[in-house]
Design a protein around this ligand. Structure first.
Ligand code: ASP
Length: 378
């Protein structure tokens, strides 16, 4: 384990980076957590894409959200303005406009959001034609008695709410990636579902290896959560989901308790990565409940990852030595400002798994704490 650091020292250091590098490599959760990342709210955390994309403007997602919260804007509205940058950026092919399409070449988007103080939530799934599904999720939250609208119903609702509905959300970039993928799996022959999913997975992994597809956006989602100056806990998750998915497939992102869960008195947790693994354990809910019982964000998320590991038994989903052969990352923030990015594999496909944070000290990209070190090559 790393050096013991008092919480006060850590707070003094502002958005300090964990020095627990040693703990990151193997089974970091086996010992007690002694290192925390903590900042005085407001704090905004997000997946790494919250630090990378600006959509041609001056600010990233976490910078925009943080600035708006400091200026007094409602915390959820501020987070939505942040993730809208990522949704609208045509270069980001895992979220919103220009997100990688499903197997039929259609961009289908999922999102949900939660407002801690108001105890409200809304979501949309398999929504086509609207660049910012997170704002439709907010409209579901505010304008209906429901928490989730899907497919054509979600699109009709968006149209009725005044959202522009476009025929096609592909960009030249996302369309070209889909065309290449489709060419590789030879859709003229219907394979049985297991073979088809293996062939699809192998084709997109090969495209990553050949530099044709960004490793992050083969999956690709943004989750962004915050605690505001008055302890307002809010969160949002938005995605184009698994690339080249079976049409209609919905992952964890828009599902309350999976892609996002929060309790205004406790904190928030959201996810990116293999949605099916998260759905099976409703991990964001688990994490928030673990925090309610006194665990810190890192330990709470490690517990969820251990459950995912225990529930992953199908051989096709396991590495040769029996560990989950996929990525899954949680972004967790407690109401007092303690936060963590916690991931299944610390490094995969040559890249260290990171998350973004913005505090009064500015934006940073930090390494995630990891259950396992480097993922074996696929
Ligand atoms: N969790 C998302 C899904 O399963 C994908 C991702 O985060 O990359 O739809």
């Amino acid at each position: 384990m790393g050096r013991r650091v008092s919480r006060r020292d850590f707070v003094k250091a502002g958005a300090a980076v964990s020095v627990a590098a040693a703990a990151q490599n193997t089974m970091a959760a086996e010992g007690p957590t002694v290192l925390v990342r903590k900042a005085t709210p407001p704090v905004v955390i997000a997946s790494a894409n919250g630090h990378h994309y600006r959509n041609g403007g001056p600010r990233t997602c976490v910078e925009e959200a943080f600035a708006r919260i400091v200026a007094g804007e409602d915390v959820l509205d501020a987070l939505l303005a942040g993730v809208n940058i990522v949704e609208l950026d045509p270069e980001e092919s895992g979220v919103g406009y220009g997100g990688l399409p499903n197997a039929d070449g259609v961009v289908q988007l999922d999102s949900c959001c939660m407002h801690g103080p108001k105890k409200q939530a809304g979501g949309v799934a398999a929504l086509e034609g609207v660049r910012t599904p997170s704002l439709v999720a907010k409209a579901v939250m505010e304008q209906t008695d429901h928490h989730l609208l899907v497919g054509d119903g979600a699109q009709d609702f968006a149209r009725q709410m005044g959202f522009e509905v476009e025929a096609d959300l592909n960009t030249d970039l996302s369309r070209s990636k889909w065309l290449e993928w489709r060419r590789r799996i030879d859709p003229g022959h219907w394979l049985d579902p297991a073979k088809r999913s293996r062939a699809g997975e192998a084709a997109s992994r090969a495209m990553v290896a050949e530099g044709l597809l960004d490793a992050e956006s083969r999956l690709g989602t943004i989750n962004c959560d915050s605690v505001g100056p008055k302890g307002e806990v809010c969160g949002v998750t938005t995605t184009s989901g698994l690339s080249f998915k079976i049409p209609g497939r919905v992952g964890d992102s828009p599902i309350l308790g999976a892609g996002l869960w929060l309790d205004g008195d406790v904190g928030a947790a959201g996810s990116t990565g293999r949605g099916e693994a998260n759905l099976y354990g409703l991990c964001s809910h688990v994490i928030v409940e673990q925090m309610r019982q006194g665990r810190g964000p890192k330990d709470a998320a490690m517990e969820a990852l251990r459950r995912v590991k225990a529930n992953t038994v199908e051989k096709r989903l396991l590495t040769a030595d029996g560990r989950p052969a996929f990525g899954l990352t949680f972004y967790v923030i407690r109401r007092d400002g303690e936060y963590a990015g916690v991931t299944m594999w610390g490094k995969a496909e040559g890249r260290e798994k990171q998350f973004s944070v913005c505090t009064e000290n500015g934006p940073e990209l930090l390494p995630c704490d990891a259950l396992f070190g480097e993922a074996p090559a696929a």
